[in-house]
Structure formats: C-alpha cells, structure tokens
Design a protein around this ligand. Structure first.
Ligand code: ATP
Ligand code: LTN
Length: 333
C-alpha cells in the first residue's frame, strides 16, 4: 500500500506584500498541516514570479524575508519540509526557459490570470507575465511533485503544468511526474470584504476589503463590521448573498463548523451579531501566529541562516530533474 511518505507536495507563494487571510485560510494553513500527514513537502517564495509586475526593489527584498518569517511562524518545520527562496535555486529559471519552448502561445493566451493582470497593468504587459505559467510549471516539475496544493484561482496554472509534463513525456519518454492540484473545500476562495465577487488579494487597492495577517484586533473588527452584506439580514448560505456566504466561509474555515451549524447558531440574530463573531474568531486564530512572527522577524541572523541552508537542499533535488531534461533535449552537459 502506498503511504503519504512516498508522495511529494510542492507549493509556492508570491511575496509582494503581507499575506492576507485569504492566503492563510485558502492556502498556507492547510499546506503546513500536510507536513504532519507524512508528505514530503517542498515550499518556496516565488520572488521571480513577483518580477512580472514592477516592484520596488527594497520592498520586494523586505517582503520576501518577512514572508519567510510568516511561514515559519505559521508552523513550517525545516526538519520536515524544504522551504526556500525561488531565485536562490537557479534551476527554476533554467528549466523555465526550456519549458517555454514546449508551450504554445495559444494556451498561454487563455490563462485568466494573464488576462486579469494585463488589464490591471496595461502599461507593462511583459513577456514574463505571459510566460509566467512556464516558470510555475518548472517550479512544480523540477521536484517531481505529485500534488500541488493551491487556492482555486491557481487551478488553471496547475493544469497547464500537467499539459506541459504530458507533452514532454510524450516526446521524450517518462521524465516528469504529472502533478495534480489539491484544492481545499472551505476557504478555497476567500473573497474581498468590500467586493465579494472578487477574491481577497494583497494587491487590492481597497485595503478595507482584505484582512492582512498583520492586522491588529481593532482593525480586524472594523473591517468585518464594514463588510458588504445584503438587506435580508439572515445568516444563511444562499445564491445572491455573496457577502454573507463569504463571511460564513471564513467562519467555517476558522471554527471548523459546518454551514448548517452556523445557520443554527445565528438563527434570529442579525449581521450585527454575526460580523463581530467572525472577527473574534479570526483575531484568536491569528493572535499566536502574530506573536511568533514578531519573535522570528526580529532575529535577522536566524532568519538568514534558515533560508541560506535551505536553498542547496532544494537545488540538490531540482538538479536531478534538470540534468535529465537537458540530456533529453540535446543540450551538452
Ligand atoms: P496577489 O494578491 O498579488 O495576486 P495572491 O495573494 O493572490 O497575490 P499568492 O501569495 O501567490 O497570491 O497566493 C498564495 C496562495 O494563496 C495560492 O495558493 C493562492 O491560490 C492562495 N490564495 C490567494 N488569494 C486567495 C484567496 N482570496 N482565497 C483563497 N486562497 C487564496
Ligand atoms: N502562481 C502562484 C504562485 C506560484 C506557485 C508555483 C504555486 C508560483 N510557482 C508553483 C504552486 C506551485 C500564485 O500566484 N499563487
């Protein structure tokens, strides 16, 4: 019987700002739990992907280090998990170039993230933004990952990575493990508190729509109290009640309660009671993480030692796949 131990998981995170509650509930928290379930986990900060949008250099560096500290605070255990910074492992860029040459213009044009981001950054629709999925495929395929846990918004990118892997294997014989996306049920897509039709995003201009993992209790309470809901005032999961559905999703993800349980809990009580209850649950969930984060981020030497030690570990795995690929496509090793 196969156990989780033989299965490898890979995921990466952009480090262009402080993580949101969406990142945490939709991704980070669940991914970190997987290391306790016996999987071999490989996680990284996708700083090369961040360059597809213009960044302030000092800020990108700062956010990268802070993001590293957040993930440690959330529970990444470096004894069990490899956790590195993408740009410190050169194999990612090397394989990405090769995969670029095995990916079609048409399939890249269909990516919704590309369409969204080019609309948002119309003055900088660069080649990297377009070929972003090839770098992401390289991230995944280098580690022969079986599963790629991501939020629902990244499913299309994992699918293109599968297509690229299958295409390459078809031409050159078995080279890459064909990865599968792993998408959580609850909290898979945490929506903006101000516009429940678009996802909560750290790059959102309206900061009232997103909860940052760094927000203090008062800010969290204020943002939840202002969250857009509807005039019906019943805590009920239903079509057309996107604001309430989103709050219920958050509450369910934090407390582990089901939707019917939540509906019962708040029966006859309006949003005036529901919103602060959601806020309180979120505040208590974040409190211990924020405390650990403050300790870790203050110890710069420790932080640096962690990421410097991890990069060669990742490189050792990645190198094996890259060498195989280089040989197969005819490059001189
Ligand atoms: P940006 O806001 O700059 O687009 P992001 O927050 O969407 O960034 P990442 O930090 O790269 O992007 O996301 C890390 C993980 O969090 C990914 O697996 C992604 O699917 C997930 N994620 C991002 N936003 C949400 C959300 N609102 N709800 C659930 N999961 C999310
Ligand atoms: N595109 C992802 C970040 C990312 C990623 C990856 C996720 C880059 N490389 C590899 C999973 C596997 C995002 O924007 N959330």
């Amino acid at each position: 019987m196969e156990t989780n131990e033989s299965k490898r998981i890979l995921s990466m995170y952009q480090c262009t700002g402080t993580f949101t509650l969406g990142n945490y509930l939709g991704a980070l928290r669940n991914h970190i739990k997987l290391q306790q379930e016996g999987y071999q986990c490989v996680y990284a900060l996708a700083d090369l992907h961040a360059l597809t949008v213009r960044q302030v250099p000092a800020e990108l560096r700062k956010y990268t280090k802070e993001a590293y500290a957040w993930l440690l605070a959330m529970g990444i255990d470096l004894e069990k998990t490899v956790f590195f910074i993408q740009s410190q492992v050169p194999e990612h860029s090397q394989l990405a170039w090769i995969l670029n040459c095995y990916t079609q213009f048409g399939e890249l044009s269909r990516m919704t993230q590309f369409k969204d981001k080019s609309a948002k950054h119309a003055d900088n629709i660069n080649g990297g933004l377009f070929t972003y999925p090839c770098l992401m495929a390289a991230d995944i395929l280098l580690y022969q990952a079986d599963f790629v846990p991501v939020g629902a918004d990244q499913k299309q990118h994992v699918e293109i990575a599968r297509d690229i892997a299958e295409r390459f294997n078809g031409i050159y014989g078995d080279t890459f493990t064909v990865p599968e996306p792993m998408i959580p049920q609850h909290g898979a897509r945490v929506m903006s508190l101000q516009n429940p039709l678009s996802k909560m995003s750290k790059s959102d201009e309206n900061q009232n729509g997103n909860i940052s993992v760094l927000d203090d209790p008062d800010t969290i309470l204020r943002k939840f109290k202002r969250a857009k809901t509807d005039s019906d005032s019943q805590v009920r999961f239903a079509e057309g009640k996107e604001g309430v559905n989103n709050l219920m999703g958050i509450y369910a993800a934090v407390t582990g309660k089901s939707y019917p349980e939540i509906e019962r809990e708040f029966e006859g009580k309006g949003y005036g009671e529901f919103k602060p209850a959601v806020a309180e649950a979120v505040i208590e969930e974040l409190r211990p993480i924020q405390e650990r984060y403050r300790q870790i981020v203050a110890d710069k030497a420790y932080l640096e030692q962690c990421y410097r030690e991890q990069a060669p570990k990742a490189s050792a795995i990645a190198r094996r796949t890259l060498s195989k690929v280089m040989k197969k496509v005819g490059l001189v090793l």
